[in-house]
Design a binder for this molecule. Structure first.
Ligand code: PEP
Ligand code: MG
Length: 579
């Protein structure tokens, strides 16, 4: 019997999963054979070089961690892996076959790798034969970095498993299905990475940022994923298994009791009404939105609509999707956020350049303003769908008034065109801005004059105001929603919005945390848009207090000097007032 081991990471999606681990990247290698033309050769070579660089940095990362925890001797095993990456025969073999055969690089690489493995397995020398597993291991990593191989595997799982991976992209997570994936854990990533957000949306328990899960867990090992605490127990003993099974049953009972709140209003004890909506990424989440009693969609992240496909969605495809969502949610509103690409979300079909600082780069509204031919397709579809329900439109990553005006100018052009073509749309459609960049948060008195609402995107606002990458597990301790700087910005946004008589909502993950929700209620937030599963608990917070009590909590919290103090204080108050 193996020893029970506890791994600590970052909680990404709540709940428990108990089952067998499946290490992504350790399975049979297969890729499609795709022809390329002469002009694509340099690009394929660049892709190969980038995959080699990425693989190298992954291995160095693992090596560093192993060295720290288990000693230099153990870490040296990975030197052999690094050597494979520098093997000229392998690299040159790939490049010359690529040029000669004009086939995609992943296919060529796999053929060269297989030949290499075959040669090694025939050698009599035991030392060289041992290198075989290094070559296989590194080869799979390179291949995984070359293509979205995860998705295929995730779609074809034969039994329910817990996925263990170095990293999983948001688009891979989007293609996971609950009936196949019980939970997942990753070596890297942060609480508000889009991978974590997707896991929450799909209600799949997940822990990210475990650093060495792929090095410490083998396929077939029994593990427990505690997505609430951010822990993973490898080889649990009988007592631990029993404890978690009981906790799992208790959680289910709690959830069932919260669902009873479904038909009740989201209003404070003294009758102050709050809009309590849900965030969605895919229309398939609608049943969950309705089951959890959300009144509308406060954030529809439309970029997932562009993912896991090789072309761009047509105007009609956009239109049908938005129309369906708005009709199902009617009479409640749906806030459609226009395309927010970049950061940790990429589309292969758009061929966006690699950037040094993707979160600060050519993304979201910046990309859309530079690509009117793509942006206007979406704007037209949103406007057309607005004739069928209560749609609102919202721009992501607005950094100042000029960007807002430019976006509105394009929207006006599209409106003109629709009028000319006598196509119906809601002439009074509300247009809002996400406030998620400090420059917007500090100039929202100016922005408030030219929009109908604000929605605060704390996931990005925190990363930009504290300068802390939201997907980097090494600095996750700095990612503090209750940091006084963040609270001051949030307060400024709410107050500025109210001065101009517009409503202010929040669709960042901060709104889903019960203790912070209490504080935000006190700061005057009008709308909370949270993951569907978080709707009942946030409703319970709202219904348990008077507005005055919440204001009192907010007022005291604003005087505290550290994020940790604010968090501690809010949690104490939550316990006292909500239970
Ligand atoms: C945010 O930044 O808070 C937000 C809601 O948008 P996203 O998480 O998609 O960046
Ligand atoms: Mg954002």
């Amino acid at each position: 019997m193996r020893k029970q081991t506890l791994l600590k990471g970052i909680p990404a999606a709540p709940g428990f999963a108990i089952g067998k681990a499946f290490i992504l990247g350790s399975q049979e290698l297969e890729v499609d054979k795709r022809s390329i033309n002469e002009s694509q050769i340099p690009k394929e070579i660049t892709r190969f070089e980038e995959a080699l660089i990425k693989t190298r940095s992954e291995i160095l990362d693992i090596q560093k961690k192993i060295s720290k925890e288990m000693g230099v001797r153990h870490a040296q095993i990975f030197n052999a892996h690094l050597l494979v990456l520098e093997d000229r025969t392998l690299i040159e073999g790939v490049i010359s076959r690529l040029k000669k055969e004009k086939l995609c690089v992943e296919y060529v690489f796999l053929q060269v790798l297989k030949k290499y493995i075959k040669t090694f397995s025939c050698i009599d020398d035991p030392y060289l034969r041992e290198r075989l597993s290094d070559i296989e291991d590194v080869g799979k990593r390179i291949l995984r970095n070359l293509c979205g191989i995860h998705r295929e595997i995730l779609n074809n799982l034969k039994e329910k498993l817990i996925i263990v991976a170095y990293d999983i992209s948001p688009s891979d997570t989007a293609s996971m299905r609950k009936e196949k994936v019980m939970g997942f854990i990753t070596d890297i990533g942060g609480k508000t990475s889009h991978t974590a957000i997707m896991a929450k949306a799909l209600e799949i328990p997940a822990v990210v940022g475990l650093e060495e899960a792929t090095a410490k867990i083998r396929t077939g090992t029994t593990i427990i994923v505690d997505g609430t605490r951010g822990e993973v127990i490898v080889n649990p003993d009988r007592v631990t298994l029993h404890k978690y099974k009981q906790q799992s049953a208790k959680l289910l009972r709690q959830e069932q009791s919260l669902v009873k709140l479904r038909g009740l209003a989201a209003a404070t004890k003294d009758g102050h009404k709050i809009e309590l909506a849900a965030n969605i990424e895919l229309p398939e989440e609608l049943p969950s939105v309705i089951a959890h009693g959300a009144k509308g969609i406060g954030l529809y992240r439309t970029e997932y609509f562009y993912m896991n496909r090789s072309d761009l969605p047509s105007e009609d495809e956009h239109f049908e999707a938005y129309k369906k969502v708005s009709q199902e949610v009617k009479p409640h509103p749906v806030v459609i956020r226009t395309l927010d690409l970049g950061g940790d979300k990429f589309l292969s079909q758009l061929d966006m350049p690699q950037e040094m600082n993707p979160y600060l780069g050519w993304r979201a509204i910046r990309f859309c303003l530079a690509k009117p031919e793509i942006f206007k397709v979406q704007l037209r579809a949103i406007l057309r769908a607005s004739a069928y329900g209560e749609l609102k439109l919202m721009y992501p990553m607005i950094s100042g008034i000029e960007e807002l005006r430019q976006a509105n100018q394009m929207l006006d052009e599209v409106k003109q065109e629709l009028r000319r073509r006598k196509i119906r749309f809601d002439e009074d459609i509300d247009v809002g801005a996400m406030i998620e960049i400090p420059s917007a948060a500090l100039t929202c008195d100016i922005l408030a004059k030219e929009v109908d609402f604000f929605s605060i995107g704390t996931n990005d606002l925190i990363q930009y105001s504290i300068a802390v990458d939201r997907v980097n597990e090494k600095i996750a301790y700095l990612y503090e929603p209750a940091h006084p700087a963040v609270l001051r910005l949030v307060k400024n946004i709410i107050d500025s919005g109210h001065k101009e008589k517009i409503w202010v909502g929040m669709c960042g993950e901060m709104a889903s945390e019960p203790a912070f929700a209490l504080l935000l209620l006190g700061l005057g937030l009008d709308e909370f848009s949270v993951s569907p599963a978080a709707v009942p608990i946030i409703k319970r917070v709202i219904r348990s207090v008077t507005l005055r009590q919440a204001q009192d909590v907010a007022c005291k919290a604003m005087r505290l000097t550290t994020g940790k103090d604010v968090e501690k204080f809010s949690k104490v108050k939550l316990k006292e007032l909500v239970g």
